[in-house]
Design a protein around this ligand. Structure first.
Ligand code: ADP
Ligand code: CDP
Length: 211
């Protein structure tokens, strides 16, 4: 069983995917972390995340041990991620790992929940359930601001909002794997939902489908 959760920044897809996986006993992969790790590796070394050769080399030699680095949650890492993510060679280099995770989830789990931007459209087009999570830009920016500040990061509201808009625009308009709901995705607007309510909505969908 494969569940694909896609959506824009801070829509709540990661929270939903993590909780869904815990509730079902499935494995969870936050695919945004892969792009953040590549973008951050390039930026930290003083490189340009928009440079195809540098970014592709970083994607091909990605150290999965870096995925737990707290620096990946920063606004700067998110911006670097969205620049490397627009490059076809970077996406190609990360595709096999994501597909293998979905096909053979670690620790013998019977299913996998993947969250990102293109899970339902490119990584797992045959997923059993696809959810496209949305929320208004205002709500998403406030959530991210709170999250970054709770993590001890000193960030300005207008910068977080501006970067989020820029990142969303780049993700939606890139030529390869743009952020768009799959034709068969269920759209879930979490603007007025708590994490519990979002989880209940998807558990309800699964129950209705007999899964
Ligand atoms: N339904 C929700 N209501 C309120 N806050 C939420 C909700 N879902 C997630 N959050 C919070 O918003 C922030 C971003 O959520 P996250 O799941 O990381 O978003 P995404 O993975 O889409 O970037 C986190 O601090 C999370 O706790
Ligand atoms: N499947 C994915 C996941 C992330 N990404 C890119 O990686 C960036 C960071 O993703 P993320 O999921 O960690 O970002 P947030 O939604 O947590 O802010 C996004 O802005 C996208 O550019 C992608 O292109 N495809």
């Amino acid at each position: 069983m494969i569940i694909a959760i896609d959506g824009p920044a801070a829509s709540g897809k990661g929270t939903l995917a993590r909780r869904l996986a815990a509730a079902l006993g499935y494995a969870h992969l936050d695919t945004g972390k892969l792009y953040r790790a590549v973008g951050w590796a390039v930026a930290r070394a003083g490189g340009d995340p928009g440079d195809p050769q540098t970014a592709e080399a970083a994607a091909r030699s990605l150290d999965l041990g870096l995925l737990g680095d707290p620096a990946l949650s920063s606004d700067e890492a998110g911006m670097a991620a969205s620049k490397v993510a627009a490059l076809p060679g970077v996406r190609a280099a990360l595709l096999d790992f994501q597909r293998a995770f979905a096909a053979q989830p670690p620790d013998g789990a019977r299913g996998a929940v993947l969250d990102g931007r293109d899970i339902g459209t490119v990584v797992c087009p045959g997923a059993d359930l696809k959810v496209f999570v949305t929320a208004s830009l205002e709500v998403r920016a406030q959530r991210r601001l709170l999250e970054l500040r709770q993590n001890g990061q000193d960030v300005k509201e207008e910068v977080v909002k501006r970067d989020m808009r820029e990142r969303d625009d780049r993700d939606r308009t890139r030529s390869v794997a743009p952020l768009v709901p799959a034709d068969d995705a269920v759209v879930l607007d979490t603007s007025l939902l708590t994490p519990d309510q979002a989880l209940a909505a998807v558990m309800g969908l699964l129950a209705k489908r007999g899964q």
